[in-house]
Design a protein around this ligand. Structure first.
Ligand code: F6P
Length: 513
């Protein structure tokens, strides 16, 4: 068990010696600290000096990673071993951008031809609606928003995920069916929400244009050809990927078709190159200079030794507004596990809660709690030296806030004794990730950084970061409950709370029908 490891015990002892030390003292003892605790790769500069660590901490955390076999696990992932043991699958999203896999290349070429045709114009399609959920939505919508600057502004992109009819209704409200293409994105092609929305889209097309033209308005992205056929989409209009691509690791597979149509094949390839650069770094850089390893180990440090239960991700770039939501699936669906790879229950905390909003907006809402609340919330600040939209001195204003926030959190400010409410105790840790500008390559590197940070955490916690059985039960129960919602059905069965809620719902529906 993890907590019995030598390096874990050494970290426990070390934690006792460091927990009282203030970042103010750590910085004054080591004037080089702000340049010493930094690392750089794939266009991303990481300053992790404002963490509650010393060189000894990093040494001990790396010893922990070694003892947990991180090096071998990285190799196993890149080799394509079936490290997703519960599903007996490889975890091989790195192949999507390695530039060496002929099957991947063949799909990319088909995507390029397809995207090229739409982007060339001349045809009727002006609107692209991606229908998917989870990894089949969050990656595409995040990437579209992040790279909007590079996107075709004469095409309209919409993303429908929720089974709430409002999502579909609002997304299509102002679109003309004859100009609209639906990309039905689903790894399994059985996901309830996606299938319901795809059916709604089909009805929307058919009622406006007739059955005959359905094929011109639908493409599928999936690993499940039989299901795609069953739905009525011809496999010639399907872009495939493979069971070794996890849903939350799929934005650079064919699931990124909407991204490619928006930004074009060249930018899409640049994004893949950014992913690849971070992959190579993760695979080859010594752990003490390895960005994903350092960030993953710091997450473990706060999660398991300081008892921090969340991590705030704070991008100072409006284009990254969906990045925290994207990261929530990546981190929490991956690390929300409580049994080890050998099936025993863990006796330590695993994945923390990831959350966040772009700066500076968050500063005017929840930062109060980060600065003066009772909880320790490690923060990841993400900033860029150049904006894509120069406007007066806005970029300086924005970045002055990034630097000010991490400074305020680390060093705090003493208040007069009579005004304790003005006290900033400081000693609140953060990472700062600085890049030149938000390009497709930077985005690829940033996503791969977090993917591999998650991998590092999972290796230490000895959990399977690549399954998601925790989503199953709710799906099964929803199927059972659905027929009970019919006011004409027999009395619902189950626990008294659920039966009562269903009863009220049925009564309200019956009264209005
Ligand atoms: O319910 C969770 C989940 O399985 C995610 O892991 C996945 O990204 C999402 O549903 C969508 O799945 P699919 O792409 O198969 O529709």
């Amino acid at each position: 068990m993890l907590t019995e490891r030598r390096s874990w015990k050494a970290l426990e002892l070390h934690y006792d010696s460091i927990r009282q030390q203030h970042l103010r003292d750590l910085f004054s003892q080591d004037p080089e600290r702000g340049t010493r605790f930094t690392a750089e790769a794939a266009g991303l500069y990481l300053d992790y000096s404002k963490n509650r660590i010393t060189a000894e901490t990093i040494g001990l955390l790396i010893a922990l990673a070694e003892e947990c076999g991180l090096r071998d696990r990285i190799e196993a992932m890149f080799r394509g071993d079936h490290i997703n043991v519960t599903e007996n699958r490889a975890v091989w999203h790195t192949q999507l951008r390695a530039g060496t896999n002929s099957e991947v290349e063949a799909v990319l070429r088909r995507m390029e031809a397809f995207a090229g045709k739409i982007r060339a114009g001349g045809g009727p399609i002006r609107n692209i609606v991606n229908i998917g959920i989870g990894g089949s939505d969050l990656g595409p919508v995040m990437a579209y928003e992040a790279l909007k600057h590079y996107s075709r502004r004469d095409l309209t992109f919409r993303f429908v995920s929720n089974v709430d009819g409002t999502d579909f209704a609002e997304a299509t409200l102002d679109l003309r069916p004859e100009e609209t293409l639906f990309i039905v994105a689903s790894k399994t092609f059985t996901t309830l929400e996606t299938m319901a929305n795809a059916q709604a889209a089909r009805n929307w097309i058919v009622s406006a244009l007739g059955e005959r033209v359905v094929a011109d308005h639908f493409v599928a992205v999936s690993t499940a050809e039989p299901e795609v056929k069953k739905f009525g989409i011809d496999p010639v209009n399907m872009f495939g990927f493979w069971d070794w691509v996890g849903g939350r690791y799929s934005m650079d597979s064919a699931i990124g078709l909407s991204t490619m149509i928006a930004i074009g094949p060249t930018h899409f390839r640049e994004m893949l190159a950014g992913f690849r650069a971070m992959d190579e770094h993760f695979r080859t850089a010594p752990f003490e200079r390895n960005l994903p390893v350092l960030m993953g180990l710091l997450t473990v440090w706060y999660n398991n030794f300081f008892g921090a239960s969340t991590v705030a991700v704070l991008p100072y770039d409006q284009y990254l507004k969906r990045f925290p939501a994207y990261l929530q699936q990546l981190t929490m669906e991956s690390c929300g596990k409580s049994v080890t790879l050998s099936g025993t229950r863990v006796n330590y905390q695993t994945g923390p809660i990831f959350w966040g909003e772009p700066g500076t907006n968050g500063q005017h809402s929840f930062y109060q709690l980060i600065h003066q609340g009772t909880r320790l919330i490690p923060c990841d600040f993400i900033g860029f030296c150049h904006t894509l939209n120069p406007l007066g001195n806005h970029q300086d204003l924005l970045m002055a806030n990034v630097f000010a926030q991490s400074q305020a959190l680390a060093f705090g400010k003493q208040a007069p004794a009579a005004q304790p409410y003005r006290e900033f105790e400081g000693n609140r840790p953060s990472n700062t990730i600085l890049a030149d500008r938000l390009t497709p390559a930077t985005l690829g590197a940033l996503v791969a950084l977090y993917e591999h940070s998650v991998f590092t955490q999972g290796a230490v916690w000895d959990i399977n970061c690549f399954d998601q059985f925790g989503v199953e039960l709710g799906k099964v129960l929803a199927k059972e409950i659905l027929p009970m919602l019919d006011p004409a059905a027999a009395r619902p069965t189950g626990d008294s709370s659920t039966v009562n809620l269903i009863g009220r719902y049925r009564a309200a529906r019956a009264a209005s029908s």
